[in-house]
Design a protein around this ligand. Structure first.
Ligand code: FAD
Ligand code: MLT
Ligand code: ZN
Length: 542
């Protein structure tokens, strides 16, 4: 029997300890637990450790014969242009091990065969490199932190990798307007840390912040954990500088909030996933960092109650609400299986939510959040909940949400669907997918089953569900059950097949489920105009 709400409330009070005052310093530490996202080291067999070549997993994909094969002449040219520090050369010598991390994606699903990584250090170098590649018909893949989740950041065949990590300067910050200008290769967490010291916050935050780059964030129009509060990069990016395949530098590094003079061309690069050009600099408007951050974590017995809680949170926490994240029971069970740390709540609940508030008055915000929790508990919307008493507890609660992607990959891999659907239907997709997996006899606890679990989590505040299927191995039989089922399901609800991760290679052929022929036709026209030789990130996007 579910415990009475009053008993839960006293349990909630019982865990309360003296609170640490929130200051910009401990706010900083609040988010700093997101350490560098490196290669995960799951306990896999030697066979499973090897990522299959993309060309072997998807034999229908063929190398485009229009593209030139790299030769020593090309490499000599690049070395002259960028110096030894700017070139990892696997053409004139065996550099397989050095190039491997650039060829493989974070999900361990896609592996290309590039033999050349270029690391330009300035816009001029990017321009020279692209101009030459365009003239020589060398296909390229722009690469930031390589944390993308749709196979967009690694080559499919032998494309030249243009890695942006050496373009990592913070150029300027206006402490009055909050305008930050950075190179594309600046790591998100580095930019955010720089802003912390000045009382500001980067308007985007995500679990990969220790590795992803601002150029990659803009190129994918990343959404993240606080879009609910700060909005999308389409609104926050004030300007950018980008290089077109023919070497033209598009200087639209505007720092103005308002600018209605002509088409807003920078928007084309936001979310273009490197298909039109390479972003080299970005100016972004950053909000003032809130001096008070509070976090609550609670369990609920149905998705209907999750929706009621969301409505109540919007009504009662209104302007201080900065995140409303959803996690289902399976996601939390799998995180627990991997980490074996103490769960935030006793017992199991079908759903969990994490709420964060960010405001300017700690006590006032805390009271608001507490009375919200008291209200939803007394109305039996929420079954149990905890409120973080300090930054360490807040960080620990966040880890149950942010740790999901990494923990899901523990067994071998994850099929990822990142979708937008009207809220009322959001979780049905997980239930129906789970039923299909069971029907197909693919899901089970021991190693003979390829599927470990079907999981739903995501950004409830943005109607953005992450349907994930954690697997012991990538297997066409699983993919056949999932596709096109998931896409048809989304289409029938007028949803989006890519809410925040983009199209990359994974979603390229499914774009028609969310975009009309006319829209896709216009996109192709734009692609042809900007990149007539098709050298920019081929085989992906459209
Ligand atoms: P990469 O992965 O290197 O590249 C991504 C795409 O952008 C590729 O197509 C690449 O060609 C292109 N690109 C990169 N840099 C440039 C450039 N300078 N110019 C032009 N094109 C470029 N995403 C979200 O939206 N929300 C989340 O909450 C979120 N959480 C994540 C959590 C984890 C643990 C992980 C691993 C990933 C998460 N992601 C999330 C996905 C990923 O982190 C984002 O897509 C991120 O923005 C990618 O940045 P990156 O620098 O790693 O880009
Ligand atoms: C998240 O919200 O955690 C990210 O988008 C990553 C993922 O979907 O796995
Ligand atoms: Zn997400």
């Amino acid at each position: 029997m579910a415990p009475r709400p009053t008993a839960l409330l006293s349990a909630l009070r019982a865990v309360r300890r003296p609170r640490l005052p929130f200051s910009p310093q401990n706010l900083a530490s609040l988010r700093l637990f997101t350490t560098t996202i490196g290669r995960r080291a799951p306990d896999l067999s030697a066979d499973a450790k090897k990522i299959k070549l993309t060309s072997a997993s998807y034999p229908d994909l063929q190398r485009d014969p229009r593209f030139t094969q790299l030769t020593e002449r090309h490499v000599a040219h690049f070395k002259k242009l960028l110096g030894e520090a700017g070139v990892i050369d696997g053409v004139t010598r065996d550099a397989t091990d050095d190039i491997q991390p650039f060829n493989e994606d974070w999900m361990r699903k896609y592996r290309g065969e590039s033999r050349l990584v270029l690391k330009p250090a300035s816009t001029e170098e990017v321009s020279e490199v692209l101009k030459y590649c365009n003239e020589e018909k060398l296909a390229v893949v722009p690469q930031g932190g390589n944390t993308g989740l749709v196979g967009g950041s690694v080559p499919v065949f032998d494309e030249v990798i243009i890695n942006m990590s050496r373009m990592n300067r913070i150029h300027s910050f206006d402490e009055v307007s909050g305008t930050l200008v950075v190179d594309a290769g600046v790591i998100l967490e580095v930019a955010d840390q720089y802003l912390v010291e000045r009382g500001y916050i980067f308007p985007l935050d995500l679990g990969a912040k220790g590795s992803c780059q601002i150029g990659g964030n803009v190129a994918t129009n990343a959404g993240g954990l606080r879009l609910l509060r700060y909005g999308s990069l389409h609104g926050n990016v004030l300007g950018l500088e980008a290089v077109l395949p023919d070497g033209t530098v598009v200087d639209d590094l505007c720092m103005l909030r308002k600018n209605n003079t002509g088409y807003d061309l920078k928007q084309l690069f936001i979310g273009a996933e490197g298909s039109l050009g390479i972003i080299t600099k970005v100016s972004v408007i950053c909000p003032q960092r809130s001096s008070a951050v509070n976090v609550a974590f609670f369990g609920l017995e149905s998705f209907d109650k999750v929706q009621q809680a969301f409505r109540a949170a919007k009504g009662q926490l209104s302007e201080i609400l900065s995140a409303f994240e959803l996690m289902d029971a399976t996601s939390q069970r799998l995180v627990h299986d991997v980490r074996q740390t103490q769960k935030p709540l006793e017992g199991d609940h079908p759903f969990y939510c994490l709420i964060e508030t960010s405001g300017s008055n700690g006590d006032h915000d805390y009271e608001k959040l507490e009375s919200f929790l008291e209200d939803v508990m007394s109305r039996e919307i929420v079954s149990d909940g905890v409120l973080a008493q300090d930054a360490t507890q807040a960080k620990s609660l966040w880890s149950w949400r942010e740790g999901i992607p990494e923990c899901l990959g523990h067994w071998g891999g994850t099929y990822k669907y990142d979708v937008s659907i009207p809220l009322s239907d959001l979780y049905k997709l997980v239930e129906e997918t789970q039923a299909r997996m069971e029907e197909a006899g693919l899901v089970g606890n021991d190693d003979s089953y390829p599927v470990v679990g079907v999981v739903g989590y995501g950004h409830m505040g943005d109607s953005n569900l992450h349907l994930n299927v954690a697997v012991r191995r990538y297997d066409p039989s699983i993919e056949q059950v999932l596709e096109p089922f998931v896409y048809e399901w989304i289409q029938s609800r007028n949803g989006s097949i890519s809410a925040e991760h983009g199209l990359g290679l994974a979603k390229k052929k499914f774009i028609g489920y969310s975009r009309s022929e006319t829209m896709v036709g216009l996109m192709k026209n734009i692609k042809d105009l900007y990149d007539p030789n098709g050298i920019m990130n081929p085989y992906k996007y459209i």
